[in-house]
Design a protein around this ligand. Structure first.
Ligand code: GLY
Length: 358
């Protein structure tokens, strides 16, 4: 048996007493691979994940498995009423009900779990993990997902904050001049409830991937999905291979943005396969954008030059600790292409690359 280096000894000691951060089911994975001293831990997330990468890296440095770390990271966003794209305070469906999607994938055990259209439970990522660990299934949706969560002790709560309800009401009242919902107005006003012309549909989400000190990779993606969606609409986030994917020998990837485009292209599994073929994480993310653009046949989704006009964004890390982020668009109303990264030294917001510039 090889002798443990000092750092590994400290980690092994930490692991032995770290029941609070290392789940029972994962404890064996870090301990099996303690010999390597070449591993550069890394955590990447969407731009709303600065606190998430900080939390995840803090846990990784104290010996946690990557999946424990990334879930704890995104739980910060799920609990935050100010993040209107995830969990509590997320924007609701067209009927004013918050419906959440989430998935997790654990590299070393090559297992995954997911929930979709889950109502009244603010941490869908935790429920997704239980689907992985405590069922023979990968994806549970709707009423079944809620019952499953309650069976495991999750408490139902109203996830619709006043801020999200008011945003939904404004949308509903301005959908049509012909319906009965009226925005605030004066009796002299005409054209009440005219459609907001420059209306932008939000597909906000948080994705987080990590490489831990044992060289193991894991991923999570969690979201309230497309704002004001048709009830029951499921995006890419809870779909393994689309909204997230990991191969522990190669790398991990995930996405935010227009889920429908990503569902049609299974981009996360493609990114991992391109990394397996030797592409860098950034090159692989950019190839995913190209594929979405080239595959699209629907004119309504393209601009006057025939380019896919919605944004999708991809994040990837590989086994060597390299990282990358690419999106379809940057500039103009699309803004900067940013992502959150912790490389073991500090958490920061970095800029990625884009296929098109507005
Ligand atoms: N990417 C998140 C969604 O489309 O639901």
């Amino acid at each position: 048996m090889k002798s443990l280096k000092r750092r590994d000894f400290l980690r092994a000691t930490a692991l032995a007493s770290a029941g609070a951060v290392v789940s029972k089911s994962f404890a064996k994975f870090p301990i099996e691979k303690l010999e390597s001293s070449e591993i550069k831990p890394i955590v990447i997330a969407s731009a709303n994940g600065l606190k998430a990468v900080e939390k995840a890296m803090e846990m990784i440095k104290s010996g946690s498995d990557a999946l424990d770390a990334v879930i704890a990271g995104v739980n910060i966003n799920e609990d935050d009423p100010e993040d209107m794209t995830v969990g509590y305070g997320g924007l609701p469906n067209e009927e004013g009900v918050v419906e959440l999607d989430a998935a997790v994938m654990h590299g070393p055990s090559y297992r995954a779990g997911a929930v979709a259209s889950l109502r009244n439970i603010k941490n869908p990522s935790k429920v997704a993990r239980l689907v992985m660990e405590r069922t023979d299934h990968v994806l549970i949706v709707g009423e079944g997902a809620l019952k499953f969560a309650k069976a495991h002790g999750f408490k139902e709560e109203n996830l619709l904050t006043d801020k999200a309800r008011e945003a939904w009401l404004k949308w509903k009242e301005n959908l049509s001049k012909e319906d009965d919902w009226l925005p605030p107005h004066n009796i002299e006003d005409d054209d009440i409830g005219e459609i907001i012309k420059s209306y932008y549909r939000h597909y906000g989400t948080i994705h987080c991937s990590a490489l831990d000190l044992s060289g193991n990779l894991s991923v999570v993606t969690t979201t309230s999905g497309l704002q004001f969606k048709i009830p029951g609409r499921v995006g890419d986030s809870p779909i393994i291979g689309a909204g997230l994917y990991v191969d522990n020998e190669v790398g991990a990837a995930g996405s935010t943005g227009r889920g429908e485009a990503n569902l049609l292209n299974c981009s996360s599994v493609m990114i991992v396969e391109w990394m397996r073929q030797g592409k860098s994480p950034e090159e692989a993310c950019l190839l995913a954008c190209k594929r979405v653009n080239e595959r699209c046949r629907e004119k309504r989704l393209k601009d006057e030059k025939g380019r896919f006009k919605h944004n999708v964004k991809f994040y990837a890390i590989n086994k060597k600790g390299e990282y990358g982020c690419a999106s379809m668009w940057s500039g103009g109303s699309y803004g900067k292409i940013q992502f959150a990264l912790h490389d073991g030294k500090e958490a920061r917001i970095l800029e990625g690359v884009s296929l098109f510039k507005a």
